[in-house]
Design a protein around this ligand. Structure first.
Ligand SMILES: [Zn+2]
Length: 373
């Protein structure tokens, strides 16, 4: 293992921060994993530490076949948002921006730069595109600390063949997001992890960190019809809920990730096995996710459990009003049929707040608009 330190520009005098990048193995192909881009999401931080233990051992045994880079904490800026006993960690205090948005590469610019230089050989095209992507990252603005953070992360990740971004939800079934153009490899990853809920997304619209890695390839392919040998596969892993941080779950996810890395040729003979699936599998496009929103302020009381199938109109929750003249509660019904896979733990609710998410069997929003919720 080789460790690099990546200093971020100090946002104010005396506030220098840095990222760590641990590199295992070497080779023509690179896998990149990070955790904690939303700095209030901690299951992945532990999972990557366990994965590093496994990779250290495998590397000593000569079983790491390609390069695997790990950024064990992707957001030192957010991790320092310690305020009154909480770590908000999801939005940048300076710009208000979600740490997992707003870093997309300008695909039109990329097409202009490399489009007419692509030929008939996929591997040559890959190399050309990756060189240009590295250049475009280096040219990105870094005035605000969040921009510099994104630029530093992408400088390590954007040329990868496999990119896994570890997140979690408030309370949730384990689930993952990947591009709907990469269903085969996405299903393989879900199988290795044993994650029941698979959300396939159209990466041509608004993208997060994962889609930032796949969108350029998708748009290039559509614009040029040229072949690529091994464009980036990227996925966001939602490792259950914020409180699901323990040795057992982290070990399970570590072994699932390692089984996937082995299936993709990054390690051999690791002994890692695909994990048993946690519940019935549900594969939908992410535009089929129905968000259950609150209509009133009050305390939310839930009547249905995670993983349950809800029918439209089912009594999902009550909002117990606090400012009514007498005891009063407002029933919240399921706005669509499907599997309840995510639920808030912030039960002091308000109009518009998300109370849960249903993996439904119908399209709920326009494709490519999923990241507006
Ligand atoms: Zn997140």
């Amino acid at each position: 293992m080789i460790t690099h330190s990546l200093p971020l520009p100090a946002p104010a005098p005396g506030h220098q921060r840095e990222l760590l990048v641990h590199q295992f193995g070497d080779g023509d192909h690179k896998a990149y994993l990070q955790a904690g881009l939303h700095a209030d999401e901690w299951p992945g931080l532990l999972t990557l530490q366990l994965l590093m233990e496994r990779l250290t051992q495998l590397e000593a045994e000569g079983k790491v076949l390609e390069r695997i880079d790990i950024v064990p904490f992707a957001n030192p800026v957010g991790m320092n948002q310690r305020i009154f006993g909480k770590t908000p960690g999801r939005f940048d205090f300076i710009t208000g921006q979600n740490f997992n948005r707003g870093m997309a590469i300008d695909a039109d610019d990329l097409i202009e730069r490399v489009g007419n230089r692509l030929g008939a050989d996929g591997a040559t095209n890959d190399a050309l595109v990756r060189t240009e992507l590295r250049t475009m990252v280096a040219e990105k603005a870094g005035h605000y600390e969040i921009e510099a953070l994104h630029r530093a992360l992408l400088s390590q990740s954007l040329d990868a063949n496999v990119m896994l971004d570890l997140h979690c939800d408030y309370e949730a079934l384990p689930h993952l997001f990947y591009g709907d153009h990469q269903r085969d490899i996405g299903s393989r990853l879900a199988h290795c992890l044993g994650f029941p809920v698979r959300l396939e997304e159209d990466v041509r619209g608004v993208v997060a960190f994962d889609g930032t890695h796949t969108q350029p390839w998708v748009k290039l392919a559509a614009a040029t019809h040229k072949p690529f040998a091994r464009p980036c596969f990227a996925a966001t892993l939602e490792l259950r809920g914020q409180n699901d941080v323990n040795e057992t779950l982290a070990r399970r996810d570590c072994e699932g990730i390692l089984a996937f890395l082995e299936a993709e040729g990054f390690v051999r003979d690791s002994g890692a096995k695909p994990q048993t699936q946690e519940g019935d599998s549900v594969t939908i496009n992410v535009d089929q996710v129905k968000v259950i929103t609150a209509s009133h302020s009050g305390i939310a009381v839930f009547h249905r459990e995670m993983g349950e199938h809800l029918n439209e109109g089912d009594h999902y929750a009550d909002i117990v009003l606090l400012d009514s003249e007498g005891p009063e509660r407002i029933a919240v019904t399921a706005p669509a049929s499907g599997v309840l896979f995510s639920r808030t733990h912030q039960v002091l609710t308000h109009p518009g707040a998300t109370l849960g998410m249903i993996a439904s069997d119908k399209q709920q929003i326009k494709p490519g608009k999923q990241l507006s919720f």
